[in-house]
Design a protein around this ligand. Structure first.
Ligand code: ADP
Ligand code: MG
Length: 258
C-alpha cells in the first residue's frame, strides 16, 4: 500500500515548564510536498521542527513517518528513516573543510564511516561513492570551488548552502529547513529558492521561512501557526486570502509586508 502522507502529527504539544510552546498541533505532510510553515516570531515553528527531527522530546501527541510512530525515536534513528534538517542556528563543523562536512554526512549514509563492519574493497568503493556524491552536491548547491576552505571561512550565505548540501548528503526523504534564507542577500535567497525548487519529488520539503516571497514562490501547501497553535493549512492563495491569517499577523508588520 502506498502511503501518500509522509509525515503525520496528531495532537502534538510541547511544554517548557508551565509554558506551552506547541499546542495540540495536528498536521499532515504529503509525500513530495513543498510545505511551508509560517507565523509570527514565537509561534512555535522551530519548536515544532525540533519535535519532528527529534532534537526535542514531544510532551503529548504522536508523530508518524510513513505510518511508523517515531515520536520517541532519537535523532539518529530518524535520520536513518530519512529525516534531515538544516537548523536556524548552524550545525556545521567549522574547523573542517567544506568537502569534509559533506563527505562526513555522505559516509554516514553509505555506512563507510569509521567503526562500521564494512571491510576491504567494499569500504573503499563506498568511500569513493561518498566522495563523488559530496562533490556533486557541492556543485548543485553552488559551492563547486570552495571544497578546501574551512567552513568557518565561508560567508553566511555560503554556510547555509553548505548546510543544504550536508542535509542532502544523507539522502533524506523529508528535508526540514528552518529559515534557510535568514541573513541571506537577495541573490543568495534567489539561488537557494531555485535549488529547493529543483529538488526531486522524492525529497519532501518542510520549510519554515520569514521571506514570504520565497514561501509563495516555492510552496504548494502553507500552514500558519500562531501562539503555538495550528491556525490554518491551505494552498498559498487560500492562506493569502484568509482573514484569520491577516489577524494573526496584525501588529507584526515586518513579517507580512512582502
Ligand atoms: P518560532 O520559531 O515560531 O519563532 P519557537 O519555536 O522558537 O518559535 O518558540 C516558541 C516559544 O517557545 C517562544 O515563546 C519561545 O520563547 C519558547 N521557547 C522555545 N524554546 C524554549 C526553551 N528551550 N525553553 C523555554 N521556552 C522556549
Ligand atoms: Mg524559529
Amino acid at each position: 500500500m502506498i502511503d501518500l502522507d509522509l509525515l503525520q502529527l496528531r495532537g502534538v504539544s510541547k511544554h517548557f515548564g508551565s509554558f506551552t510552546a506547541v499546542d495540540e498541533v495536528s498536521l499532515t505532510v504529503r509525500a513530495g510536498a513543498r510545505h511551508a510553515i509560517i507565523g509570527p516570531n514565537g509561534a512555535g515553528k522551530s519548536t515544532l521542527f525540533g519535535l519532528i527531527s527529534g532534537t526535542l522530546t514531544t510532551s503529548t501527541g504522536t508523530i508518524t513517518l510513513d505510518g511508523r510512530d517515531v515520536t520517541r525515536l532519537p535523532v539518529h534513528r530518524r535520520v536513518g528513516l530519512g529525516t534531515a534538517a538544516t537548523f536556524q542556528h548552524s550545525s556545521l563543523f567549522m574547523r573542517e573543510t567544506v568537502l569534509e562536512n559533506v563527505l562526513l554526512a555522505a559516509l554516514l549514509r553509505t555506512g563507510a564511516g569509521a567503526g562500521t563492519g564494512l571491510g576491504g574493497w567494499r569500504k573503499v568503493s563506498a568511500r569513493a561513492e561518498a566522495l563523488a556524491r559530496a562533490r556533486t552536491l557541492l556543485e548543485r548547491v553552488g559551492l563547486p570551488d570552495r571544497h578546501d576552505l574551512a567552513a568557518a571561512a565561508l560567508s553566511h550565505g555560503e554556510r547555509r548552502q553548505l548546510e543544504v548540501a550536508v542535509a542532502l548528503a544523507t539522502e533524506p526523504r523529508l528535508l526540514l529547513m528552518d529559515e534557510p534564507a535568514a541573513g541571506m542577500s537577495p541573490a543568495e535567497t534567489q539561488r537557494l529558492t531555485e535549488l529547493i525548487a529543483a529538488l526531486p519529488d522524492e525529497v519532501t520539503v518542510l520549510l519554515v521561512e520569514h521571506d514570504l516571497d520565497m514561501v509563495f514562490e516555492l510552496a504548494d501547501t502553507v500552514t500558519v501557526m500562531h501562539l503555538g497553535r495550528h491556525l490554518t493549512t491551505g494552498t498559498p492563495d487560500q492562506v493569502r486570502a484568509s482573514a484569520e491569517v491577516q489577524q494573526a499577523y496584525l501588529g507584526t508588520t515586518t513579517e507580512v509586508s512582502s
